[in-house]
Design a protein around this ligand. Sequence first.
Ligand code: AMP
Ligand code: MG
Length: 518
Amino acid sequence: MPAYFAQGQRRLLENVSMTQPTAPKMNLPPAPADFGQPDLAWTQRYASLGEDFVAPLSPSPLPAPYWVARNDMLAHALGLASDWGCRDTLLQTFSGNQLPPGIIQTASVYSGHQFGVWAGQLGDGRACSLGEIAGLEVQLKGAGPTPFSRRGDGRAVLRSSIREFLCSEAMHALGVPTTRALCLTGSDAPVWREERETAAVVTRVAPSFVRFGHFEHFSHGQQHAQLKTLANYVIEHHYPECRQASNPYVALLAQVTQRTAEMVAHWQSVGFCHGVMNTDNMSILGLTLDYGPFQFLDAYDPTHICNHSDTQGRYAFHKQPNVAYWNLYCLGQALLPLIDDQEQAVAALETFKTHYPQALATRFAAKLGFAQAHDTQKPLIEAALKLLAQDRVDFTIFWHRLSHWAGAMHPADTSVRDLFIDRAGADALLTQFHALHDHNDGESPASVSARMLRTNPKYVLRNHLGELAIQAAKEKDFSVLQALQSVLAQPFDEHPSHETWAGFAPDWAAGIEISCSS
Ligand code: AMP
Ligand code: MG
């Protein structure tokens, strides 16, 4: 067992002090006569677990909402009518003003470790669930206070909501497991952060928003019956294959370990820094969850810290795999009362040490144009990352240019070499790349290049691109946001009218500070 697990355990025992959530009295407005789509079959599976799990809410009206952005592809997948964007009822619903018939809005309770320290009870402080359509849960983020808001206002500002909306879909298009974003609505209602901002609501969608922190909540509160109910719920709906296992809870832990390892390997392969990997932001489904101070790397700096509030660099880019492993140990500890066998729990968790490197090797093999990972690729990957870090080369641009370079592998093409200060180092790297492909069953450079171009995006949501969309949106111009949304939905394609968005970050990008406050 790693030393930090033992430390974590001590700390948990010292700090367990639970305040149980208090459910408010039901005070729901009458269901509207017309939701616009009576045929949509809503369920409230998670909410049906009862008051130990969720608190019912009354809607907090968001004055005069307007659409900021919509995601038609996801709307279609959910079964929304093609004219959904013209329906005022849906605008009101996705702003938190009007509930679908028969739906009770709920907030769920969870706890968690924040920055490595047990934080006790947290819960959905500004997110509420409307239930599920077609097995996908629909949550409104920023729709007003809940019993778990503590001192917060339950709101989200337009700035951070644009970032969450764009990034969820950008990650999905990159093939990274993530929660999705259906739409973004705004209002001129003021919200106070460091300065006066305006309110927005992101409607996000996922098979489940259950977090590691939900398990920690019931485990640390010694509510083992509820812990079991939660685990059985997650197994039944999301990991049915675990039901047959001799110990379903160990099987669950092993599955979550594998999915989390794969998610973080994806992050590392596209240069995504989450920024606040607290256990309450870790999805039990291995989805990227809670987009806050995230960042796609510009220049490759493995020690990059994207969250201005993370003064110790706990969530620096290169620490993400280890933090995921640490967080999985918190989940393992939370599940221990059900697993009832520490050795088996540790064995499930330790699979991270094989899953993560395997998943990373698979991703980097594809980035380098190989159909399969092989040990012979390791020296090339290490050499590439070392040189990128040494010269602080732009991560996305390097991989994209290399993908094109691979089509001919000709020294006269200096597009990759030109990215480096150390030209001799770059030449050696390209020679190494060429040699390894020569040994690779004679696959044509064109097909290697094509594979790489399907893996190495041309467009990622760099901080400064998000900032362009935010600044325009503050002036009520949502066209930049919408154009960015459509480019990022096809990040591997050429978008000639938006060539500059594939370029280097401007100098002012370094001055953008993103913290936890949003
Ligand atoms: P986050 O840092 O966004 O993951 O949030 C951590 C916790 O704080 C969660 O329980 C959130 O629901 C809660 N929280 C964050 N912002 C607010 C807010 N404006 N109002 C109420 N609760 C919030
Ligand atoms: Mg969170």
